[in-house]
Design a protein around this ligand. Structure first.
Ligand code: KG4
Ligand code: ZN
Length: 366
């Protein structure tokens, strides 16, 4: 079965083709540089860019795969959560293609797709504990199967990636700045007393990162020399590296390493707590943009080893938003006998994505 994946939930326009769940071709247009100067994603600009790029990307994708739109058996579309305008552009595009080429339609929960992404590289061992850490979400799930997700905990305020981006903004790095903090923290021993691990003295599986962000903001208020004097472009950062642009690289690196440690140690503590409570888990999945973070990767690798769990940590390209994960998740749902009709709705951030798919006999799936 050839499945086209459509991803437009935020500021990346992605299309991918997966044949029987295996990636066949992929294209991605990032708007990051366009939004960087505004310090965050501007929804109106994001929607317009998706609308402009989708037809161009489809031609590129089909050329790469050496097939035509009529060969597509099903269209999988990221239906949310995300920016509503952006989601609606991808949704209309997906419905138009499905209707024109008599292909099946399947709406994919963007968060679940992140967690299923490592399945493109190796089979996930179920049941698994799934930690999704991205710019908009920090969710902990019990994953019974590719179509069975039980939410165990979530952030009560900021997402882990949001905390990274807000601290980066205070230091005058362009949006999204998580990766620059990671780069600066490399090889530096953290001061584990510098910042608190927030919301851990309870028995909850929920997270809270806004207190940590405030602690860093207060610390930096007293040390204005640590922020870059002028916000550099992403290009400049790519060329020189973040360290070269600071007048106080050692002190800045220690702050970044200590902040990064506080986030990674909090994630570890909650994951351990969930592993103690949930019985029979065989796998640990860590996904989303913050799963690209070096210390988070090291911490989770060590934890999985200690607990004898199979670790599913996607390669860096699969951590951030992409359409391969949407095509793959769509295929898994179709294979389990689910699909959607043309009345499929997009779900904005803040609203739960309903399980409203229609069950069809798996025999009817081409
Ligand atoms: O999953 P994603 O691409 O988009 C959302 O669905 O949110 O995640 C983007 C987030 C941003 O907050 C970005 O700063 C963060 O992932 N991120 C990182 C790293 N790479 C990306 N945070 C820390 N360290 C990194 N290496
Ligand atoms: Zn995402």
């Amino acid at each position: 079965m050839l499945v086209l994946g459509v991803e437009t939930s935020c500021d990346e326009t992605g299309l991918a083709l997966a044949r029987d769940g295996v990636l066949a071709a992929e294209v991605l247009a990032s708007q990051t540089d366009m939004h960087a100067v505004f310090g965050g994603v501007v929804p109106e600009i994001a929607s317009r860019e998706h609308l402009r790029m989708l037809p161009i990307l489809l031609q590129q994708l089909l050329g790469q795969a050496g097939c035509g739109a009529a060969d597509i058996d099903a269209v999988a579309v990221a239906r949310g959560p995300g920016l509503l305008g952006s989601l609606l552009v991808g949704m209309s595009f997906a419905k138009g293609l499905a209707l024109a080429h008599r292909a099946r339609l399947i709406g994919v929960n963007h968060l679940h797709a992140h967690l299923l992404a490592p399945g493109l590289e190796a089979d996930i061992r179920y049941p698994a504990l799934g930690l999704l850490v991205s710019g908009g979400h920090t969710h902990l799930y019990r994953m019974g199967s590719p179509t069975d997700f039980q939410l165990l905990g979530r952030t009560l305020d900021d997402a882990a990636g949001e905390a990274f981006d807000k601290v980066a903004k205070l230091l005058n790095f362009p949006y999204p700045g998580g990766r620059y903090l990671d780069e600066l923290a490399q090889g530096v021993d953290p001061d584990t007393k510098m910042f608190p691990r927030a919301y851990i003295h309870n028995d909850s599986l929920d997270f809270s990162f806004s207190g940590l962000k405030t602690a860093v903001a207060e610390y930096l208020d007293r040390r204005p020399h640590l922020s870059l004097p002028v916000m550099p472009s992403a290009d400049a950062l790519r060329q020189t590296g973040a360290r070269a642009l600071s007048a106080h690289p050692e002190e800045l690196a220690l702050v970044c390493a200590s902040f990064n440690w506080a986030v990674a140690a909090t994630l570890r503590l909650k994951v351990e707590r969930a592993l103690d409570r949930e019985k029979g888990l065989k796998g640990l999945v860590v996904a989303g943009g913050v799963a690209a973070n070096s210390l988070v990767r090291q911490t989770m690798t060590r934890l999985a080893l200690e607990r004898g769990l199979s670790l599913h940590l996607p390669g860096l390209r699969l951590c951030t938003d992409n359409a391969a994960m949407i095509a793959h998740a769509g295929w898994l749902a179709l294979r389990a006998g689910y699909s959607h009709g043309l009345d499929l709705e997009s779900i904005p951030r803040g609203r739960a994505v309903p399980l409203d798919w229609v069950r069809t006999s798996p025999d009817t799936v081409r």
